[in-house]
Design a protein around this ligand. Structure first.
Ligand code: GDP
Length: 322
């Protein structure tokens, strides 16, 4: 039986990945930061997941757990997930998202050396490593020039993945663009919009306050991005893979699609721009070219923009109507 070790198992991608691997019959071990998180996340997690409690900043603790589990596949999904948080906590961001990833690569390498069995590792990297990119769309050769503490920490981990690859560890780094699902926290604009549209549809009134409506993102469906990571883990030639839809839409287009799905005419009557949500520096022209993942991993996004929005709105409407 294949054994997988997943860090960040309480997050959106970790939850989706754990469900998928359990359904495949994989023995899944998940790392959770502390006991509070174990409790808070238990409703979404398949009961089959073996939970281990440790902070990724505790390298020796992580190595001990990995030595005990001796996994075939390792997925590094742990990390702080918000650019805004990284500006407020740059040191923690570096420790968790940067050094924590390296601690995991090191622990996986030690398991491989000790057992003589190959350990396959997938690291969840981010389009934030490109910062304000010098060309669009971005691919695996685009210059890495982060412009936030979050992007810099992700860039360090991404480059260390390449260094461990050259040391003989099968690490792939998936450079993930924005990917969404009903499991997205409200801090992300997509979920804020779909929950807001559902609230206004059910109550017949209300206002949604947003920041920059012209900001554009390359939005995909989280399950497709998790599928790319599983394919990368099982691929014979590890490497870097950009995972993206290849199309951008504006926040305004997201709002329009969400309100249409919730049968609200005239979304403009319900949306206000509030300066507190407008970012002083915001990534732009972020759009990925996933040709390599398509050619080498046989990966394809299966869900388009309208359906991503639609599924999230339907979920939020169902929550309110339950
Ligand atoms: P990010 O790409 O990881 O930062 O994902 P977010 O979902 O947080 O933000 C996506 C885009 O939506 C960014 O360009 C934001 O500036 C823009 N945006 C506009 N209004 C809002 C808002 O009210 N909340 C958030 N989080 N983002 C907003």
């Amino acid at each position: 039986m294949t054994r997988a070790f997943v860090t960040g198992v309480t997050g959106q991608d970790g939850t989706i990945l754990a469900r998928r691997l359990v359904a495949e019959g994989v023995e899944v071990h998940g790392l959770v930061r502390d006991q509070d998180d174990v409790t808070a996340s238990s409703a979404e997690r398949p009961p089959e997941v073996h939970v281990h409690v440790a902070d990724v900043r505790d390298g020796p603790g992580l190595a001990r757990i990995l030595a005990t589990v001796a996994p075939d596949e390792v997925y590094n999904l742990a990390g702080i997930s918000s650019v805004a948080y990284s500006w407020e906590h740059p040191v923690t961001t570096g420790e968790v998202t940067g050094v924590g990833a390296v601690a995991l690569f090191e622990a996986a390498h030690q398991v491989q050396e000790a057992t003589g069995r190959q350990v396959r590792v997938v690291h969840a990297s981010s389009s934030e490593i490109f910062g304000i990119p010098d060309r669009s769309p971005q691919d695996e050769h685009t210059a890495i020039r982060p412009v936030s503490p979050y992007g810099a920490a992700k860039a360090y981990a991404h480059q260390m993945a390449g260094i461990y690859r050259s040391r003989g560890l099968a690490v792939s780094s998936c450079v993930l663009y924005n990917h969404e699902s009903p499991l997205r926290p409200m801090a992300f604009v997509t979920r804020k919009i779909t929950a807001g549209a559902a609230r206004i549809a059910v109550s017949g009134e209300g206002v949604l306050s947003l920041g920059n409506l012209d900001a554009r993102r390359d939005w995909g469906w989280a399950e497709d991005y998790v599928d790319a990571m599983v394919r990368a883990a099982r691929h014979d030639h590890p490497g870097d893979f950009v995972i993206a839809s290849g199309q951008t839409r504006s926040v305004a287009e997201f709002v329009e699609a969400a309100f249409a799905r919730a049968h609200i005419d005239d979304w403009r009557a319900h949306v206000r721009v509030d300066p507190q949500f407008v970012r002083p520096v915001d990534a732009s022209d972020v759009v990925g070219d996933a040709s390599r993942a398509k050619a080498e991993l046989g990966w394809q996004p299966t869900i388009g923009f309208e359906e991503v929005v639609g599924r999230m709105v339907d979920h939020d409407l169902a929550l309110l109507r339950a």
